[in-house]
Design a protein around this ligand. Structure first.
Ligand code: ATP
Length: 269
């Protein structure tokens, strides 16, 4: 039994249509799910090589975690999320044990997706780490060993995320490890509209709300910020509804002015 906090196992329900934009990445991931989690036997017999590790890289708030969860949901797989900084335990030796435990748990919970967020803090470029490089070299070694040890019949897929791919030990990106690297970029105009539509799909928007115009006005925003704008507008609508003393929630709706107020308050932050 491990002395470490046990990892939490989730079963995400994120569907692909909850993710706006990122069409190419979504279809590449859908195929990877098949190879690693759904039909590994078919792939093995056909001598098809499917990635067992995927690196999602790009600016924050662009949907990397969401994509990893959609992969797990599509395969009805379990999902274990860990954070690179969290894995780098303060106790010497405990990090290696944490890595071993993580992979053991994932095999037991197969089919399973292991999601390692901020993997750059965990697997820094050799020599680029300013604290005890001996410890970090050993945990990196342990992680590489565990990844190399995954068999296709294990039904385990590793997905890692980083904002700083240049900070990663290149050994991690070699064939058979995180050898599928996908850039998750900031959304363009069309993708921003899709993300806004996703987040407002089930909300009562008034006729005067023009999401296409908001997609234009939010150039440079990431998905997380677009989700925030949508929610802030909704909260503003509720405030307005309460102030006006309405009593029938089925008539509540989000109007253009609510988006405007939310937008201004986000700009002031
Ligand atoms: P970080 O690098 O900060 O961990 P991330 O890239 O993993 O960020 P997520 O955690 O996936 O980003 O996104 C945060 C939230 O932003 C999501 O829960 C979702 O509400 C929203 N979001 C981000 N990208 C998208 C997208 N493409 N479509 C819909 N919602 C999105």
């Amino acid at each position: 039994p491990s002395v470490l906090r046990p990892v939490a196992i989730e079963t995400p329900s994120v569907t692909w249509d909850q993710i706006g934009g990122l069409e190419t990445i979504k279809s590449i991931l859908q195929e990877s799910v098949e190879g690693a989690l759904l039909y590994p036997e078919l792939y093995r017999l056909m001598r098809a090589i499917s990635p067992r590790g995927i690196l999602l890289w790009g600016p924050p708030g662009t949907g990397k975690t969401l994509l990893a969860k959609a992969v797990a949901a599509q395969a009805r797989a379990n999902f274990i999320a860990v954070n690179g900084a969290e894995l780098l335990s303060r106790w010497v030796g405990a990090s290696e044990q944490a890595v071993r435990d993580l992979f053991t748990r994932a095999r037991q919970a197969a089919p399973c997706v292991i999601f390692i967020d901020e993997i750059d803090t965990f697997v820094p470029v050799r020599g680029g780490y300013d604290s005890d490089s001996g410890v970090s070299a050993r945990v990196v070694g342990q992680l590489l060993t565990e990844i190399d040890g995954i068999q296709s019949c294990d039904n385990v897929l590793i997905i890692a995320a980083t904002n700083r791919p240049d900070m990663l030990d290149p050994a991690l990106l070699r064939a058979g490890r995180l050898d599928l690297q996908l850039k998750v970029d900031l959304p363009d105009l069309t993708s921003r509209l899709e993300i806004l539509q996703v987040h407002n799909r089930d909300r009562p928007l008034a006729e005067d709300v023009n999401l296409a115009a908001w997609a234009v006005r939010t150039e440079g925003w990431n998905g997380a910020e677009l989700a925030l704008l949508s929610n802030q507008a909704t909260l503003q609508a509720i405030r307005r509804y309460r102030v006006q003393g309405f009593t029938n929630p089925t008539v509540a709706s989000i109007i253009a002015a609510d988006f405007e107020t939310a937008y201004q308050s986000l700009l002031e932050r």
